[in-house]
Design a protein around this ligand. Structure first.
Ligand code: 73E
Length: 837
C-alpha cells in the first residue's frame, strides 16, 4: 500500500501519518481540541451535549483512520466483496458501540471523568440513527457489525433519509407521530461530495441499429436527480477492520437552482425542481410488513439501486478484469425485494451500455445476486403496477418483459403445455392493471433464495414459492436462521451480565464465539454466581422502573414479574391478545376475596412499539393498552398486583434498556406469520424467559434451550389454514373467557366501547383471521404456568442461566458465516493493526 505513494513524497507522508489517540491523556487532548476548535465552544460552557460531540469526534477520527487502512488493504488485495443492499439500517447509537468495539471504553470513561463528565450521561446525549422500521432494518445493522468483526470485505448500501422512523408520543392514550429530524449534528457520516451519480427517471426508449446491424436500445431519460454518497464507518469488534456503509442522498442535478428559470424570474418552479429532487431521500416509509405501492417509494428504490450499482460497477472496472469475472469479485445480497430492480439495472448496464449479449449478461447477473425473503404475509409482498414502471422506467419494463419471456420459455420446455403453471409463475400478474411480482423477479434473477428461520424457509418452499422449487430444483432454496450481535445485545446493553459471564467463562471470548457461553452450565449450582445473576436482573429492573416512573408516572414494584412485549404493533404479532389477557387477569383479581388476592403474584405488563401512521387497528390496540392502564393502575384494590404500562417511542436505545430488565417476554404471533423474530433471541440472551407460539425462530430457540425452559402455547402452523376456513364456513364461537373480556370492554370499563369495537368485531364478526380466540385458552393457561414457575425463584434462575448457556447458535456471526460460505463465496481478509495499537 505504501508503495503507491510516489517516492519523492513518501517520506513526508509517512512521517506525518495520523495515528489517533493512544492513551487517556491523548484522548482528553483530542476531546478538548474538538470542543475548542471543531465546536468553537469554550471550556467554560461545555455541557453534556458538547462533551458528547467532542467525544464522538475523537472516536470518529480514530475510526476513519482504520477505515482508510481497511479500504486500501481491501482494494489492494483485490478479493471478492459482498454488497448488502437494504432500504433500512436501524443502527441506533454509535458512540458506545465504537468505544467498545475499539476496546477503549474504560479509557474514555476515565478521560471523561477527568473532564467532569459521567460517561453514561454523555452516551445518552446521542440521537438514535433510526433508518428502519423494525426487525428487517435491525438485522441489517447486526449483519454489518458481524461482517466487520469477522473481517469480511463488505459494504452496505442504503438511503440517507433526512427523516428516520417518526418519534412516537402518547397523548391522552393515543399515538401521535412527530418527525425525526436527526441530521442536525451527525459526526458519524462523511459526505463525499465528489462521489456522485446522476440518476435518470421517466423519458422514453429509442431503438437504433449499430454498425454491425444489431438493435440497440437507448433510454433517454426525462428527469435527472443526483445521488451524493455519505459514508458511515462500521468498526468491527476487536479488529482494525472498519467497513463502509454508503448512504445516498438526493439533490437536484443542475446544482442549486435551474439558473435559466431563476434568471427569467421563475423562482418558484426552480425551487420546486430542487425540492422534488430532495424529496426522494427525504423520508423513510414507516410501514413494517406492508406494501403500499406508492410512486415515491419506487423512485427511492430505483434511485438507491442505480446509484449503488453504478458505484459497484465503477469499482469493478478499475480492476480491468473481463465481465465474466464479475461474479467472482462481487456478491450482492438483496434484503427483501426492495432492491430487486438491481437485477434489471445490472442487465441493462451489461447489455445496453456495455454491449454484452443477453445470455452472457444474464449469466453474470444471476450468479451475482442472492435474495433473502423476510415475510409470507400477502400484504407485504411487493408488486408494482406495469403502467407505473412503464412511466417511470420504460427501458426497465422492456427488460422485465424479456426476462419473463425467457424464463417462461424454460418453464414451457420443462413442463410442456402446463398453462396454469405459466400463469402462476409469470413475473407479470395478469390483473387489471397488470402487476409485476417482485419476489418472482428476485427469485428468477438470483442464484440463491433464503428464508430467515427454519419454519419460514420450509413455508416459502412449500407455499408461496413452491412452483419455483419444481422449476429450479430444491438447491436454489435454503435457510439461514437469523442472528443478533452479542456485542450490542449483551456486552453493550447489559455490561454487568457480560462481565459476570466473562468471569465464569475465562474472559471475553464469548463475544466473538458465542458458543463459549455453554461453559456457564458448569456453574449452574454455584451459589454466589446465581446470587450475582439475580442481583443483576434486579438492578436492570430497578433502572427500568425508574424510567417507567419518569416517563409515565406509574410506580412499579421491581420485585414483580416484568412481562414485556416490545415490537412493532401488528395484528399478526397479537398485542391484542396480550392486552385481552391482562384484562382477564384484572377481572380475575377483582373477583377474588382480599385474602385470596394477597396470595397472587404481582405482575407488570409492559408494552412498547410503533403503529404505522395509517394502520387504524394498530392504533386502536395502543389506545386500549393505555386505557386499560389508566383503570388498572389506579385501582386501589389491585395495587402492585397488576400494572399495565405503555412505553413511548420504542427504539434501539430503549430496547437496550428494556430487554435486560425482562423476566418474561411475549413472542406470540399466529403460527406461520412471524418469519423469524430477533428480539426473542435478545431477551433470552439477557437472561429472560419467553412465552411464545411455535413460530419463527421460537422453534429453534426451543430446540437449543430445551422445552423445559420456554413457555410454548397455541395452535401449530399446519392447523392455521383449516381453522381460518372453519371460522368462515363453520360455526365460530368466541372462547368463553375472551367473551368475558369483550363484555367488560363493552360495558365501558375502559372508556368508550366504540373506540375498541373494531378489535372485538375482528374476532367476533370478521373471521378472527389471527386466531386470537382459538389460542386464548391455551395462552391463559400458559400464563398461569409462568406465574407458578416464577414463584420458585431458584428454579427460575436455573432456567435463565441454562438458556443463556445454550444461546450460542443465535449470534449473527454464525449467520454471516453461513451466508459467506453458502451464498456469497467470500473469505475474510485480515487488516494489520496500525502502529498505534
Ligand atoms: O420476522 C421478522 C424478521 O425477524 C420479519 O417480520 C421482518 O424481518 C425480520 C428479519 O428477518 C420483516 N420486515 C419486513 N418483512 N419482514 C418488512 C416488509 C416491508 C417493509 C418493511 C419491513
Amino acid at each position: 500500500v505504501e508503495a503507491s505513494i510516489p517516492e519523492p513524497q513518501r517520506e513526508a507522508w509517512l512521517r506525518h501519518q495520523c495515528s489517533g489517540f493512544k492513551d487517556k491523556d491523548g484522548f482528553e487532548r483530542e476531546v478538548v481540541r474538538h470542543v475548542e476548535t471543531t465546536l468553537a465552544r469554550s471550556l467554560y460552557n461545555c455541557d453534556e451535549s458538547a462533551a458528547y460531540s467532542a467525544c464522538a469526534l475523537a472516536f470518529r477520527d480514530r475510526l476513519i483512520l482504520e477505515w482508510n487502512r481497511t479500504q486500501q488493504r481491501q482494494t489492494f488485495a483485490d478479493s471478492k466483496r459482498v454488497y448488502y443492499l437494504s432500504l433500512e439500517f436501524l443502527m441506533g447509537r454509535a458512540l458506545d458501540n465504537a468505544m467498545l468495539n475499539v476496546g477503549q471504553k474504560d479509557l474514555a470513561k476515565a478521560g471523561l471523568a477527568d473532564l467532569g463528565f459521567r460517561i453514561e450521561d454523555v452516551i445518552q446525549q446521542e440521537h438514535d440513527a433510526a433508518l428502519g422500521n423494525g426487525g428487517l432494518g435491525r438485522l441489517a445493522a447486526c449483519f454489518l457489525d458481524s461482517l466487520a468483526s469477522l473481517n469480511y470485505p463488505a459494504w452496505g448500501y442504503g438511503l440517507r433519509y433526512r427523516y428516520g422512523i417518526f418519534k412516537q408520543e402518547i397523548i391522552d392514550g393515543y399515538q401521535v407521530e412527530v418527525p425525526d429530524y436527526w441530521l442536525d449534528f451527525n459526526p458519524w457520516e462523511f459526505p463525499r461530495h465528489d462521489v456522485t451519480v446522476d440518476i435518470q427517471f421517466y423519458g422514453n426508449v429509442v431503438k437504433s441499429t449499430d454498425g454491425s446491424g444489431k438493435t440497440v436500445c437507448t433510454w433517454e431519460g426525462g428527469e435527472t436527480v443526483r445521488a451524493v454518497a455519505y459514508d458511515v464507518p462500521i468498526p468491527g469488534y476487536d479488529t482494525p477492520t472498519t467497513n463502509n456503509l454508503r448512504l445516498w442522498s438526493s439533490k437536484a442535478a443542475s446544482g442549486e437552482f435551474d439558473f435559466q428559470k431563476f434568471n427569467s424570474g421563475d423562482y418558484e418552479s426552480s425551487v420546486a425542481d430542487q425540492q422534488r429532487a430532495e424529496t426522494i431521500s427525504a423520508v423513510l416509509y414507516p410501514n413494517d410488513n406492508l406494501d403500499r405501492g406508492k410512486e415515491l417509494r419506487l423512485k427511492q428504490q430505483y434511485f438507491w439501486v442505480a446509484a449503488s450499482l453504478y458505484d459497484i460497477v465503477r469499482r469493478f472496472k478499475k480492476t480491468r478484469r473481463s465481465w465474466k469475472e464479475f461474479p467472482d469479485q462481487v456478491a450482492i445480497q438483496l434484503n427483501d425485494t426492495h432492491p430487486t430492480l438491481a437485477i434489471v439495472e445490472l442487465q441493462r448496464i451489461l447489455t445496453d451500455l456495455e454491449g454484452l449479449e443477453w445470455d452472457e449478461a444474464w449469466n453474470i447477473v444471476t450468479h451475482t445476486f442472492g435474495y433473502t425473503n423476510h415475510t409470507v404475509l400477502p400484504e407485504a409482498l411487493e408488486k408494482w403496477s406495469v403502467p407505473l414502471i412503464q412511466h417511470l422506467l420504460p427501458r426497465h419494463l422492456q427488460i422485465i418483459y424479456d426476462i419473463n419471456l425467457f424464463f417462461l420459455q424454460t418453464v414451457e420446455r420443462k413442463f410442456p403445455g402446463d398453462r396454469d403453471l405459466l400463469r402462476d409463475v409469470s413475473i407479470i400478474e395478469e390483473s387489471q392493471p397488470k402487476m409485476i411480482r417482485m419476489a418472482y423477479l428476485a427469485i428468477v434473477g438470483s442464484h440463491k433464495v433464503n428464508g430467515v428461520a427454519e419454519l419460514h424457509s420450509d413455508l416459502i418452499r412449500t407455499t408461496i414459492f413452491k412452483d419455483f422449487v419444481r422449476i429450479f430444483g430444491p438447491d436454489k432454496f435454503t435457510n439461514v436462521t437469523n442472528g443478533i450481535t452479542p456485542r450490542r445485545w449483551l456486552h453493550q446493553a447489559n455490561p454487568r451480565l457480560s462481565e459476570l459471564i466473562a468471569s465464569k467463562t475465562g474472559g471475553h471470548e464469548f463475544l466473538t464465539d458465542l458458543t463459549v457461553l455453554n461453559k456457564l452450565e458448569l456453574h449452574i449450582n454455584d451459589k454466589a454466581f446465581r446470587k450475582e445473576w439475580a442481583d443483576i436482573k434486579l438492578a436492570n429492573k430497578v433502572r427500568l422502573a425508574a424510567h417507567i416512573k419518569t416517563t409515565t408516572g406509574v410506580t412499579v414494584n421491581p420485585a414483580a414479574l416484568f412481562d414485556v412485549q416490545v415490537k412493532r404493533i401488528h395484528e399478526y404479532k397479537r398485542q391484542q391478545m396480550n392486552i385481552f389477557g391482562a384484562i382477564h387477569r384484572y377481572l380475575t383479581l377483582k373477583a377474588m376475596s382480599p385474602k385470596e388476592r394477597k396470595k397472587q403474584l404481582p405482575r407488570v405488563s409492559i408494552f412498547g412499539g410503533k403503529a404505522a401512521p395509517g394502520y387504524w387497528m394498530a392504533k386502536q390496540i395502543i389506545h386500549l393498552i393505555n386505557s386499560v392502564g389508566a383503570v388498572v393502575n389506579n385501582d386501589p384494590e389491585i395495587g402492585d398486583l397488576l400494572k399495565v404500562v405503555f412505553l413511548e417511542d420504542y427504539n434501539v436505545s430503549k430496547a437496550e434498556m428494556i430487554i435486560p430488565a425482562s423476566d418474561i417476554s411475549e413472542h406470540i404471533s399466529t403460527a406461520g406469520t412471524e418469519a423469524s423474530g430477533t428480539s426473542n433471541m435478545k431477551f433470552v440472551l439477557n437472561g429472560g424467559l419467553i412465552i411464545g407460539t411455535c413460530d419463527g425462530a421460537n422453534i429453534e430457540i426451543t430446540r437449543e434451550i430445551s422445552e423445559q425452559n420456554i413457555f410454548l402455547f397455541g395452535h401449530l402452523a399446519e392447523e392455521v389454514e383449516e381453522l381460518r376456513h372453519s371460522h368462515v364456513y363453520g360455526t365460530h364461537t368466541v372462547d368463553p373467557e375472551l367473551a368475558k373480556v369483550f363484555d367488560e370492554i363493552e360495558k365501558g370499563t375502559f372508556g368508550s366501547p366504540q373506540d375498541f369495537a373494531g378489535m372485538i368485531s375482528a374476532v367476533r364478526e370478521h373471521g378472527d383471521y389471527y386466531l386470537v380466540s382459538d389460542d386464548f385458552a391455551s395462552y391463559l393457561e400458559t400464563q398461569g404456568l409462568v406465574d407458578e414457575a416464577y414463584r420458585n425463584q431458584e428454579e427460575w434462575v436455573s432456567k435463565c442461566i441454562t438458556s443463556v448457556a445454550r444461546m450460542g447458535f443465535f449470534s449473527s456471526d454464525r449467520c454471516i458465516n453461513e451466508y459467506a460460505e453458502e451464498i456469497w463465496n467470500i473469505e475474510p481478509l485480515r487488516i494489520d493493526r496500525g502502529s498505534e495499537a
